[in-house]
Design a protein around this ligand. Sequence first.
Ligand code: LLP
Length: 422
Amino acid sequence: MNHFEYRAGKLFAEDVDLTKLAEAAGTPLYVYSTATLERHYRVFANAFPAGTLIAFSVKANGNLAVLKTLGQLGAGADVVSGGELKKALAAGIPPERIVFSGVGKTPREMKLGLEAGIHQFNVESEPELEALNETALALGKRAPITIRVNPNVDARTHAKITTGTSETKFGIPWSRARDAYTRAGKLAGIRIVGVDMHIGSQVTELGPFEQAFARMAELIGTLRRDGHDITRADLGGGLGVPYRLDDPPPPDPNAYARSITGLTKDLGVELIFEPGRLIAANAGILLSRVIYVKDGEAKKFLIIDAAMNDLLRPALYDAHHDILSVNEAPPGTPRQRYDIVGPICETTDLFARDREMPVLKSGDLVAIMTAGAYGAVMSSAYNARPPAAEVLVKGDAWSVVRPRMSDDAIVEMDRLPDWLGS
Ligand code: LLP
C-alpha cells in the first residue's frame, strides 16, 4: 500500500498535489512519502518479536531525511561503505543498530566502524577476516562479527540481483564456513556473535528463503557444537515488492515472518533483517515532464525529462515500472502506445516499450512508480545531466531533501591540470 493516489483527477503524494509540486520544485523529481515509509517499516517490524533488529539497507535509499524518518521509528541500518556508515550516523541511527556488510571493506572503512562501535561486521571472506583482526588489534579493540555464509540457494530472481548461489562473489562458501569460524575463534581481534546470509533481492516466493534459513539453522547447531557462541542470526533482506499494480502481490511481511519465525524460534538468537526495497520502493516516485511527443517511422516516442542517469533500473535490468499520467485520464480518453524514453544519447535510455497510455502532449506530467528504492542512489551525471532532485512529503508539507545541482556545478566538478592553463 502506498500514499500516491488520484484526488479529483490529479495525482497526489499524501496531501501534496504533484502538479503544483512539479511547478515549485521542478522536474525530474524524486518524491518520497513519509506515511508510506512509516507504514512499510511498521508492517515489517511488527511482524517480528520485539528485540528484532530491522537494519534498513541504506543502499536502497540513502537520503538523510529518509534514514532519519526510519531511524526515529527504531530502524537500524545495513551499510556497505564508509560513506553509508557516515550517513547512517549523521541521520542519528545509533551505532549499536548498524551492521556493516559488503565484500570489499577496506581497513579504513573497518576503522570507521570499529571507532563508531557498530553492532557487527558481516565478514564475507577469509582475507577480510584477517584484515579486520589486524585493524581491530591495532586499535586495541575486538570486532563483533558474523560470517556471511553463501547457502548456494537459487532465489529465483533476476540473474543480476541473485547473490546466494555459489557462482556469485558473495559470502564464504558453505563448504568452508566451519573452517572460517574455527579460524575466527582463534583471532584475538575478533569476537564471533552470529551468522549471516542474504540470498538476493526482489525475491517473490518464500521457498528460497525457507530453504536458506533451514540451512542456516542447521549451521548454527553445528557451530554451537564446535563451541562458538552464536547469539545472532542476520537473515539479510530481499523480500520483493509489486512493481505492477495489477499483478498478484509477493508474499507479505506477515507470511514471511510466520515462515521464518517457525524455522528460527527454537534457536534462541537475536534476529536481524536488512530490508531495503520492501520499505522504500513503493514509498517513492520519479516525477517527470514530457518534453516532446515524437513520431518515429514505426513508433511514437514520449520524450520525458527524466533519463537513465536518474533511474537506471530499466536500462540495467530491463525492470518494469508502472508509469501514470499525473492528470488522471477521464473515461473515454483516447489511448496510445508509446516508447517512453529520456533525452540521453543511448538506445537503452528507455523506461517503457510500447506502453499504453492516455494520449499525452508536451508539458504533461508522468509519474514513474515504485522508484523509491535503487532510484536516486544509482543516479549519475551521465551526459552532464544534473541528477534529479529529491523531495520528502509529510501530510501537506514537503521539503527538498536533495537540491538539484546546477549545470555550472557539474562543470565545476572538474579541474584543469597546470599544463592546460585555466
Ligand atoms: N543486504 C545485503 C547484504 C544486500 O546485498 C542487499 C541488496 C540487501 C540487504 C537489501 O536487499 P533488498 O531488501 O532491497 O532486496 N539495484 C538492484 C538491487 C540490488 C540489491 C543489492 N543488495 C535493483 O535495482 O533491483
